[in-house]
Design a protein around this ligand. Sequence first.
Ligand SMILES: C[S@@+](CC[C@H](N)C(=O)[O-])C[C@H]1O[C@@H](n2cnc3c(N)ncnc32)[C@H](O)[C@@H]1O
Ligand code: SF4
Length: 397
Amino acid sequence: MTTHPLQPVALKSQAVNFRALPPLSLYIHIPWCVRKCPYCDFNSHESRGALPEQEYVAALIRDLEMALPQVWGRKVYTVFFGGGTPSLLSGESVAEILRNVRMLLPLDLGAEITLEANPGTVEAARFAAYRGAGVNRLSMGIQSFNDTHLQALGRIHSAAEAQHAITIAQQHFDNLNLDLMYALPGQTLDEAMQDVRTALTFKPQHLSCYHLTLEPNTLFYHNPPSLPDDDASSDMQQRIEEMLAASGYQHYETSAFAQPKRRAKHNLNYWKFGDYLGIGAGAHSKLSFPDRIIRQARYKQPQAYMQQVGKGAPIQTESEVGRDDLGFEFMMNALRLNEGFDSSLFGERTSLSLLSIQGELAEAEKRALLIRDHQRIAPTLMGQRFLNDLLEIFLKR
Ligand SMILES: C[S@@+](CC[C@H](N)C(=O)[O-])C[C@H]1O[C@@H](n2cnc3c(N)ncnc32)[C@H](O)[C@@H]1O
Ligand code: SF4
């Protein structure tokens, strides 16, 4: 960027210039779990003793109130209670949070409101209360229906409890996602297929099938179990994709499969580089303003977060997304979508012209990782398989 000597260096703030802001989502983080799973790098803490539930709910509401000036007048299209384990919250707490969300923000009438649940924390009355509070989509962390694998993953529930939890959930929710993981320690192809087959018997509207990854800062990373090799896990991936396609599920994102019209609206907003306000311990936000895009992270430790809310300063870090990073940041999300994106979306979300990444697009096309016409830009099958190679092209050095 060239700067005129008389112009302030704050030119970075003029990096973007939006005529309309992207759709806004609200993310609410609940940072506790009954037990920490050895593979999990989410901001989740073992809940020893009773949760400071009321104090935390009050902090969330205060946090939201303080964040209002940054999203003033903007409608919220989706709400997501993520964790951690949001299903540790009582029905009253979820109702209180949603009451305040509705009071403080214009919530779209058809808003998708999702809550993540762990099958080891399921009570029928609580699910009924979540539904009554306005939650209309439930996402359950199943991981596997095989007791040996569940134990190796340190899960707090058995396969039978997982199945029972799904049955209860379906009495209250007609929009259900199940999380499964594959390439588990010692897992065979048949076992991975059997997990998906069992999930399908419940006909969930949505399935997320994650390849287990060894994340830094986890027990598995420091003490790795024996995992299926790359050939075995890519066989699993391929067979899972085939089975789900044959059962009518659309594979629309790297790990996401949905029945027609049941794609996860909240996640789609992330992948389409929409905006999100994240409240709660460690929650991240991406917010656009007419002249800039910012990212924020709130204090991670639940206690520190609540104290900081008390001091009126829950945000630990805030930075502006530089103009040079926008192409990569947009692609990192949008190219996860197997159908790719409408070419006009790039300009709408970044305020940049596609010409600014013309060289990168041409290179990706030449390497058969991406296809494009005047309407759409999408990863090829090879681009989907080698997404990191594709994204690297957009990473400015
Ligand atoms: C926040 S958790 C979901 C809800 C709840 N905490 C539970 O586990 O039951 C989100 C999902 O991420 C997936 N996940 C977590 N760690 C992972 C890892 N290391 N590799 C792949 N998937 C992972 C799991 O499928 C998990 O259900
Ligand atoms: S996978 Fe879910 S239950 Fe396990 S530690 Fe992570 S957030 Fe908690």
